[in-house]
Design a protein. Structure first.
Length: 219
């Protein structure tokens, strides 16, 4: 009888481990969707002055002026352009191609004149809303830099464009999932649980503070 109980205990233990291993990918996917949603809520509250400053100003340009294959090319080259300004000439050539492709398109007039809306970096930094925004996120500067480094490390160019420009929720969740799976693979599920709580707490806190300042920007 004692041996039977031991055997049953072992079977239950093994089933429990296998069940956890089967359930874990689903849990990570669910966390990734939630995390991407929180990131989107926070980043959507950024001041207009930041959205009109390079390189963020190009988000709207790509979305409104780049059609079909040009859109695919622009999203894949957006982050390399951010990392290496030596690619700026080629990126601007692509943007020019996008603008030319909008002929007879309802967005053509704006695409032709978008550069007049771009805010210089020094102007954006002096903007009162930008200063408030910077003060809120400064509390989590270290955590946000770690997150950005993780995004740079595991996400592809299209996913990074989606995160920066809030252009594709599915790609944002895919990027978040890659980050969380790496955390789990590198550190184990116990550490993973602590880190996901830290991420969620950070984004909820930032969102609460920003939403009181920039409610009109919220998606």
């Amino acid at each position: 009888m004692h041996r039977i109980l031991i055997a049953l205990s072992c079977i239950i233990f093994v089933i429990g481990i296998n069940g956890a291993s089967i359930e874990l990918p689903y849990l990570i996917d669910e966390d990734a969707i939630e995390m991407a949603g929180l990131m989107e809520k926070c980043w959507s509250l950024k001041p207009a002055a930041l959205q009109q400053m390079k390189p963020l100003a190009y988000c709207k340009v790509i979305d409104k002026c780049c059609l079909d294959e040009h859109y695919v090319q622009a999203t894949s080259r957006f982050f390399p352009f951010l990392k290496d300004r030596n690619t700026e000439t080629r990126f601007n050539e692509l943007i020019g191609t996008c603008i030319n492709s909008t002929a007879h398109h309802k967005a053509d007039q704006w695409c032709q004149t978008f550069r007049s809306e771009i805010t210089e970096r020094w102007e954006a930094r002096a903007n009162p809303d930008v200063k408030q925004f910077s003060m809120v996120i400064a509390k989590y500067r270290r955590e946000l830099m770690q997150l950005f480094n993780a995004i740079n490390s595991v996400c592809n160019d299209e996913e990074i464009h989606a995160v920066i420009c809030l252009s594709n929720k599915k790609l944002m969740a895919t990027c978040a999932g890659k980050i969380l799976r790496k955390v789990n693979d590198d550190n184990g599920y116990e550490v993973y649980q602590k880190i996901i709580v830290q991420y969620k707490t950070m984004f909820i806190d930032v969102h609460q503070k920003l939403s009181t300042m920039f409610k009109s920007n919220e998606i």
